[in-house]
Design a protein. Structure first.
Length: 45
């Protein structure tokens, strides 16, 4: 299974937590932090 497919499947599962800017998911390849505040910043926070 390709990494993209693994991530897409893992992101369908409930998140493991959230902060004011991110929603966090556990995936088979590590922790994924998804930006949740509209337009992401031009440079990493």
């Amino acid at each position: 299974m390709a990494i993209r497919e693994l991530l897409e499947e893992a992101l369908k599962e409930p998140s493991i937590g959230s902060t004011s800017s991110f929603i966090w998911h556990a995936t088979p390849v590590g922790i994924a932090a998804l930006w949740s505040e509209g337009t992401p910043p031009a440079s990493p926070p």
